[in-house]
Design a protein around this ligand. Structure first.
Ligand code: C2E
Ligand code: CA
Ligand code: CA
Length: 444
């Protein structure tokens, strides 16, 4: 018998578990089977900090807590590392949601005990549940486990929830995610990503004063995928770093080309994903680009969203300072989009605040901004002025909005009213037609 068991936890080996589960699924009659797939969040942290012995002990204890004296238990196994799966009998009078809440309470209790014992405030369980009912008799056990595991992964990404019920919609989402993340690198190589440019206009002259680089994914069939669809996915996988670098290189080479040709060019801003905070390779990458392309630093600006500053102020500060030291400007993007970062403004060396487009969204039928939004926008712009930070409003779509921003002294405007994001060749025509604001360029 002993070779069928996992040495550390005493649970079944996974292969054995699948065979048992197969039998249980066939045998099931007036009850359902719940598959509970759990792992320990930050398990690696415990291993690294307290050593493998502690990690092993924790796992062993975890396994025995969930299985011992459990009258409903059908079978349980360690899949690998800290991943434990168990099948329990679920009576028909218990709803799926009730069962999920029960497991959630059980997890919280275990966390309390373990946190004290292992001195780890971060210790947390992540659990996915898939329910097998009579109608699913033909379900292959491995698929049932992978469904529960999928739910666990969803749970892992959530902040507050740690137990999630499997839902067949998750499969579609994952398929799409896998499709996108697995094709990303080759898509960059095949030139499927294109950089578009959206002009920015100086309020006092109504002339071109800069542009923002925004990436587009054009699939081989000509279909465009917009950043909102793929950026959150590749941000999770960390691949956004690679894509951002691609965008930066495109922008550097575009500016260098214009300068070489002796043509006009304006400063161009690029977006910085939150994923850079973990790697920080961005500073040396940008440094290398400056050496390679030899363009003056004031032609490049970096946009970091407000949420980045809030998530990790210390790292964000280091990043902003690093970029500043190279002579580039940094802006706080999406300002006011949900977090409150007013307190950070005085502490961070920010050059520009970009007011989020939500402020301009609440027009009434006559395209007039709501009174309350007006008050907020004008106060933010006033505050920016006093802090000597340049103010920019994005999402300007109507002449009324643009007029109002002029009235209250917002310095730069960006939005469909002036231009949508356009491909490079069109942007070059745009520059040629709109002589740019020389003064502001020389100022720095
Ligand atoms: P963002 O940085 O806030 O960029 C502004 C978004 O607002 C762009 O959407 C732009 O097309 C859109 N926009 C501009 N003017 C208007 C307007 O008048 N009305 C409305 N309703 N929308 C307007 P887009 O290009 O779809 O990009 C969405 C987001 O994806 C960006 O938000 C940015 O966070 C991210 N993103 C885009 N390109 C990159 C990139 O190269 N790297 C990274 N890390 N993120 C990027
Ligand atoms: Ca931006
Ligand atoms: Ca923005």
């Amino acid at each position: 018998m002993s070779d069928m068991r996992d040495v550390l936890t005493g649970l079944d080996r996974y292969e054995e578990f699948l065979e048992k589960l197969d039998v249980e699924i066939r045998r099931m009659n007036d009850y359902r089977i719940a598959l509970i797939y759990s792992d320990i969040k930050y398990f690696k942290y415990i291993n690294d900090t307290y050593g493998y012995k502690s990690g092993d002990k924790l796992l062993k204890e975890f396994a025995s807590q969930v299985t011992e004296d459990n009258a409903y238990l059908l079978c349980a196994a360690r899949v690998y590392s800290d991943n434990i799966v168990m099948a329990v009998r679920l009576d028909n009078d218990v709803t799926n949601e009730e069962f999920r809440d029960f497991i959630q309470r059980q997890n919280l209790e275990m966390e309390d005990t373990f946190r004290e014992k292992y001195m780890s405030a971060r210790l947390k369980f992540c659990t996915g549940i898939s329910i097998i009912s009579k109608g699913d008799r033909s379900l292959d056990p491995a698929t049932a486990v992978s469904n529960a595991n999928l739910a666990r992964k969803v749970a892992k990404e959530m902040e507050d929830t740690e137990v999630v019920l499997f839902d067949s919609k998750m499969i579609e989402g994952i398929k799409k995610e896998v499709e996108i993340t697995s094709s990303l690198t080759s898509a960059i190589g095949k030139g499927e990503f294109i950089v578009y440019y959206q002009p920015k206009v100086a309020t006092d002259t109504m002339k071109l004063i800069g542009a923002e680089a925004l990436v587009r994914w054009r699939k081989p069939d000509g279909k465009f995928i917009y950043p909102d669809e793929f950026i959150p996915l590749i941000e999770r996988s960390g691949q956004i770093v690679e894509l951002d670098y691609f965008v930066y290189r495109e922008v550097f080479s575009f500016i260098a080309k214009r300068l070489e040709e002796g043509k006009d060019i304006v400063p161009i801003s690029v977006n910085v994903s939150r994923a850079h905070l973990n790697k920080m390779g961005i500073l040396s990458y940008v440094q290398d680009l400056f050496e390679e392309y030899q363009i003056p630093p004031h032609f490049i600006e970096f946009e970091l969203t407000e949420s980045i500053y809030i998530e990790n102020t210390a790292k964000a500060l280091a990043l902003v300072e690093g970029l500043h030291n190279m002579g580039t400007k940094v802006s706080m993007d999406d300002f006011g989009s949900g977090y409150s970062s007013l307190n950070l403004l005085s502490r961070l060396p920010i050059d520009i605040i970009k007011l989020d487009k939500v402020f301009l969204k609440d027009d009434d039928i006559d395209n007039h901004l709501r009174e309350n939004d007006k008050i907020i926008i004008s106060c933010v712009i006033d505050m920016a002025k006093r802090l000597r930070i340049t103010s920019l409003c994005e999402g300007v779509e109507t002449p009324e909005q643009s007029d109002y921003l002029s009235q209250i002294g917002c310095e730069i405007q960006q939005g469909y009213y002036f231009s949508r994001p356009i491909p490079q060749f069109e942007f070059e025509e745009f520059i040629n037609e709109n002589s740019y604001e020389q003064e502001m360029l020389i100022a720095d």
